[in-house]
Design a protein around this ligand. Sequence first.
Ligand SMILES: [Zn+2]
Length: 357
Amino acid sequence: MKNIFPALLALTMIASCQTKYYSMDDFLSVSKIDAHFHLNAESPALTDLAKADNFQLVTVNVDNGVRPTETQYQMALYQVNQSPATVEFVSVFNLKHWDSVGWANEAIGMLERSFRDGALGIKLWKSIGMVYKDSSGNFIMIDDPKFDPVIRYVIDQDKTVLGHLGEPKNCWLPLDQMTVNNDRNYFEEHPQYHMFLHPDYPSYEDQINARDRFLERNPDMRFVAAHLASLEWDVDELAKRFDRFPNMAADMAARICHLQFQSKADREKVRNFFIKYQDRLIYGTDGGIGPSDDPEEARQSTHEKWLEDWKYFTTDDTMSVWEVNGEFRGLKLPADVIDKVYRTNAIKWFKIPEGGE
Ligand SMILES: [Zn+2]
């Protein structure tokens, strides 16, 4: 028998030079972070699932008027205390006393407590630009200089600003012209946020421009733009902002379907975008659990979503999801890109202490 050892060695060397990819079988073994999550119940269902599926979670407080921010804050602390190696949190301040002279100090006081309690940063919500008005009846926009001392405090504490500003472009379209089904459902259920119905509110461009000016005002702010920076409809638009604002990353929470929608038309373009901006994109789902959710259902649907996303990013399978009409192919990103998008970018942009705690 011929000695096949040299041939095998050569093959191994070639293989080691080739790009490594993950498959569905690697889902459990790869450490991952879902960096945009909402734990609003004491149930351990999703933290148990996260441990089983090898995820860490960043639970995000939101000033959305649905649940008091103090309730969300206490829930975040509860979940962090229950699972310190699994859960991190992002806090908020509010705009209740915006027109009083003491507003900024009050907001900074809230942040002081949050950071003492371990918050990774603060979340700005679309209520800025869409809900809050000043005493003259004008919408409060994020580029208002009154935010400066609060943002300065966050920067000085070396914390991160997570900004959900504006909405998907679909929000300004009639329901039947929206590109994805989840936006259609959400805006049908939340007409107060469906801007097509509110032409007197700031436009899509007003929101994006205010956010861009806010980034210009604060070049040293570490900024994670939630929901693909409300530029979910075109990776080229997001690329422009990444080029212009080096201190900005983006999470893809609840907007992966917009990438899938674009993959239908030009998969290579979306894939190249991920490879080019592999240090700027952060995996997140916007998943979570509320006080009235069934824990078993939440567990099941979260697990399925995590697997579906993993399939889209790691394989080139043809697939379909309920949010998008029609089929598209997975991006099959190299393993080192997956590791960044699914973990190390979140660690870097949110300064998550390695190994939990
Ligand atoms: Zn969210």
